[in-house]
Ligand binder design. Structure first.
Ligand code: GLN
Length: 484
């Protein structure tokens, strides 16, 4: 059977492997060949472990033949280079982790492994997940597979490029302020940011511990549901990971939205927004109405403070989390130092890139004794107001429909000299992380030039089933006109 690697879904691949149309090893060989042909240009992967993937695929094929196929048996998945996979480097796209090899599996990886997934390679990202274009990677540039002069988004840009570019069936990303949803929107794939506490963060290199979540990036909402079922659930290794039972997300998907109420927030319109984005989202809202949903307008009045709040809390937490990279414990250690303090300074000066340094400086400043109350404490209070906005909105609806980003993918280099412009692009995604709720990005159209547009569907905390249901029904009604 001829494999179409740019459109094959996880759920179809599972069905084909179950009926013997092809094996996991065939899939891995085909993807390996596609990576060899195309990844030189795309730059989605920072490393590919074909030998390891072949061994895992063969083990998966044997398990299937023995009637012991796990839920993701033989599915090749690409992993953002911020998650620890035992025996593999984990660079976080930073020079400071040069030479580091992960001694253990992250819980998310262990869960995928237990269900038979195959690990193809590690994807490029903004250094320590700080950025929205993958241009902050210290390793390489990644191109948007739908428009090669554009960024793939970030920070999980390599994962999005791999899925959209036909170089993986699915990928893991992480989302602290939009890093799964925004690259999914830019590259035209599906990205799910789970609720805070839904997925264990054990083995994820921390950026901002109160905001970070791991989630799937896929070609369909059904595939996101399949992966999310495996990823979700309590973990003794992460005390913030909750016990809430995991519903059978994929089995609960429906093709209509009868009985659901969907809110449209008036505040999710900003200056400089691309008219094509507003129009595509408006069409998607109408489509959801046709599917039986009741559409209501909701208010999220504190949205205007979200960027400032996020960039205070996020940098504060980053400055604390990144203190561990000191040349003593992991990776790089600068030579020629005269004493330990000199060694820390030289290592951190040489190891971190400019955006990471900017955030460490900003985060240290907002936590410093003279400014803590004015910035960090104030931001925590505003965070509470933002969370309450959502609680109130969700009192009258099951999910919200918004644009994922104000514009489609921008040109490479366009915003690298202007960090503030880069930050402002995160306006629609950071709110979900601040509130701890879940969010999904689903392709909903293309702007001139064929640039994908993402519909963001936000749901209450621990209600992934709501947003997956909306996303799936919408996706089926939309058809596959912008994919492949
Ligand atoms: N673009 C945002 C930032 O730069 C989000 C990053 C993320 O979610 N990891 O912080």
């Amino acid at each position: 059977m001829k494999l179409n690697l740019s459109t094959l879904t996880v759920s179809d691949a599972l069905a084909h492997m179950a009926s013997g149309d092809f094996k996991s090893i065939d899939l891995v060989e085909a993807l390996g060949a596609a990576i060899a042909v195309r990844d030189g240009e795309l730059g989605a992967y920072v490393s590919v472990d074909l030998a390891g993937a072949r061994a895992e695929a063969e083990a998966a094929d044997r398990a299937r033949a023995a009637g012991k196929a796990g839920r993701l048996c033989g599915i090749p998945i690409a992993i953002k280079d911020v998650l620890n996979v035992r025996g593999q480097p984990c660079t976080c796209a930073s020079k400071i982790l040069d030479g580091y090899v992960a001694p253990y599996d992250a819980t998310a990886i262990a869960r995928l492994r237990a269900e038979g997934a195959v690990f193809l390679g590690r994807t490029n990202m903004d250094e320590f997940a700080m950025g929205g274009s993958t241009e902050n990677s210290a390793i390489k540039r990644t191109r948007n597979p739908r428009a090669l002069d554009r960024v793939p988004g970030g920070s999980s840009g390599g994962s999005a490029a791999a899925v959209a570019g036909g170089l993986a069936l699915a990928a893991l990303g992480t989302d602290t302020g939009g890093s799964i949803r925004q690259p999914a929107a830019f590259c035209g794939c599906v990205g799910l940011k789970p609720s805070y506490g839904r997925v264990s963060r054990y083995g994820l290199t921390a950026f901002a511990s109160s905001l970070d979540q791991i989630g799937p990036m896929t070609r369909t909402v059904r595939d996101a549901a399949l992966l999310q079922e495996v990823l979700s659930g309590a973990d003794p290794m992460d005390a913030t990971c909750v016990e809430t039972p995991v519903p059978p997300y994929a089995a609960q998907l429906t093709e209509d939205l009868r009985g659901m109420t969907l809110g449209v927030p008036a505040e999710y319109v900003v200056e400089g927004m691309d008219p094509a984005v507003a129009q595509a989202v408006q069409h998607a809202v109408e489509r959801c109405r046709d599917l039986g949903a009741r559409i209501v307008e909701v208010k999220l009045p504190h949205t205007m403070f979200a960027i400032a709040t996020y960039y205070i809390i996020g940098t504060a937490e980053a400055s604390a989390n990144l203190a561990r990279f000191d040349g003593v414990r992991y990776g790089l250690r600068a030579t020629g130092a005269t004493d330990p303090l000199d060694m820390y300074k030289r290592t951190r000066a040489a190891g971190f890139g400019p955006e990471v340094k900017r955030r460490i400086i900003l985060g240290t400043y907002v936590l410093s004794s003279g400014y803590h109350d004015a910035y960090y404490l104030k931001a925590q209070k505003v965070r509470t107001l933002i969370r309450r906005d959502f609680e109130q909105a969700f009192a009258s609806c099951d999910a919200l429909l918004t644009p994922c980003t104000p514009t489609p993918a921008f040109r490479m280099g366009e915003k690298t000299q202007d960090p503030l412009q880069m930050y402002l692009g995160d306006i629609f995604t950071v709110t979900a992380n601040l509130a701890g709720i879940c969010g999904l990005s689903v392709p909903c159209g293309v702007a001139p030039g064929g640039l994908p547009i993402g519909l963001q569907i936000l749901g209450p905390a621990m209600k992934e089933e709501n947003i997956l249901r909306v996303g799936h029904a919408y996706e089926v009604a939309r058809g596959d006109q912008w994919l492949g």
